[in-house]
Write a protein that binds this ligand. Structure first.
Ligand code: SPD
Length: 441
């Protein structure tokens, strides 16, 4: 041997985009490829980036097998470095070509640590070796698989089991449920976290009870989106509620939640709940005027099917279908993460509902980007979200239903905003200025 190791770097072209964007498939294929080549696996770590791209490495006793994928280019770059003479990299690459549906590959091979340039010195570590070999005679490895939701500058990662529990491409989006180590089962849509078993109550309690406990008699409720069932579950706790219309465009979301998120979807068969599988924009356009006491917009982020739910024409129609003292509450993204959408949407609400009838409130949701999430409370009549809270009634309600985040004190304090959020909502600061502040990288 003239070198310490062989490093084969391979380019995989025209891969199946779905296969090279599936972290579980990639991890399994890479582990098998390493084993087929004769390697002993020490550890694996794989990251799935939202919306696409996977990076990962299989650490083997003889060095490593690593990958980075670009599904949008149908391209994967893979390299295998081995210092073991028995390892055959071509067996690994043949297997991966097949698994990723690549139509061809190209490669180069480098000699690493060419002996001509090296001088060996004696290193005596017999005790350490003996100890290590006694401990490690049964090589095992841990799966270390990560889901990452990111934009250009911020990312949030959750470690998960690697086995996707539910995965379906609906006509609108990719619906998946993964099993995360820290937050339990997690619903993602097109790679964005929608809800997790562990922290879902924060969002669902705050988006539902803030309007329902300030409206004197909420009877007719409209939920736009909300297919996982979390908002319906909370709103149906209010005895005055007679009917809830829930308009979800994507029935696969409902299917996934019913199958795997039983606590969140627990009231999806409730007799007071009517589910409409259709576009919320059209539904609201065609709704009778003055019909609803409360409209809750539980949308996804403003990309894909939810884009239209962030447009003025939709909110004009919501305004019309509210009763004279009706309330609309929406999830209005993160002031920290989605700053321009946040500002834009507030400007729009103010134009429709009037400057003094739009109020922002916040909750802390660990699994949403930045952790700080905003909701907006828009009143068609004169109901005020803090002045009109019946504190005693709210506190009794909290006790009766054993709520876990919402309480009457939080209700009031959630409308007290940090200075930077106040500034974002003040007339003085423009979106352009905000963009400049954050464009330093
Ligand atoms: N970035 C996440 C925004 C998600 C808003 N909707 C969540 C749906 C939970 N019912």
């Amino acid at each position: 041997m003239e070198a310490l190791g062989r490093h084969v770097i391979a380019e995989f072209y025209n891969c199946s985009p779905d296969k090279i964007n599936d972290v579980s498939h990639i991890e399994k294929s890479m582990v098998k490829a390493a084993k087929l080549a004769g390697a002993t696996i020490i550890n694996v770590t794989f990251h799935h980036f939202s919306p696409f791209g996977i990076s990962g490495v299989v650490v083997i006793e003889q060095s490593h097998l690593s990958i980075h994928t670009w599904p949008e280019y149908q391209f994967a770059s893979i390299d295998l470095f081995t210092c073991g003479e028995t390892i055959n990299p071509w067996i690994s690459f043949d297997h991966l070509k097949e698994e990723f549906g690549a139509d061809h590959i190209s490669s180069i091979e480098l000699q690493r640590g060419q002996l001509h340039h090296l001088t060996k010195i004696p290193v005596n570590t017999p005790d350490v070796r003996d100890y290590a070999s006694k401990k490690n005679n049964q090589p095992t490895y841990n799966r270390n698989i990560w889901f990452t939701e990111r934009n250009d500058n911020i990312a949030l990662s959750l470690r998960h089991s690697g086995d996707v529990l539910f995965s379906k491409k609906s006509p609108y989006q990719k619906v998946e449920i993964i099993d995360t180590c820290a937050y339990g089962k997690t619903l993602t849509l097109d790679g964005m976290i929608m809800t997790t078993e562990k922290d879902e109550y924060i969002y669902h309690e705050m988006i539902s009870h803030v309007p329902a406990l300030t409206h004197p008699d909420p009877e007719n409720i409209l939920i736009i989106g909300g297919g996982d069932g979390g908002v319906a579950r909370e709103i149906l706790k209010h005895e005055s509620v007679n009917q809830v219309d829930m308009v979800e465009i994507d029935e696969v979301v409902i299917e996934a939640s019913k199958k795997l998120l039983p606590k969140i979807s627990s009231t999806l068969n409730h007799p007071k709940l009517k589910i409409h599988i259709e576009d919320g924009i059209e539904f609201v356009k065609n709704s009778p005027k003055n019909k609803y006491d409360i409209v809750i917009v539980d949308s996804t982020d403003p990309v894909g099917p939810a884009e239209g739910l962030f447009k003025p024409s939709f909110y004009n129609d919501v305004y019309k279908c509210l009763r004279p003292n009706g309330i609309m509450v929406t999830q209005s993204e993160s002031p920290e993460f989605n700053t321009s959408v946040f500002q834009e949407i507030y400007r729009c609400y103010r134009e429709i509902f009037g400057k003094n009838n739009v109020h922002c409130y916040l909750a802390f949701i660990p699994t949403y980007p930045s952790g700080m999430w905003s909701f907006s409370y828009c009143s068609k009549g004169s109901i005020h979200p803090v002045n009109d809270l019946d504190f005693k009634h709210a506190s009794d309600f909290v006790k009766q239903h054993k709520l876990r985040y919402y309480n009457a004190e939080i209700h009031n304090s959630s409308f007290i905003l940090p200075n930077f959020v106040r500034e974002l909502l003040s007339d003085k600061i423009s979106t352009i200025k905000v963009k400049k502040i954050v464009a330093n990288c």
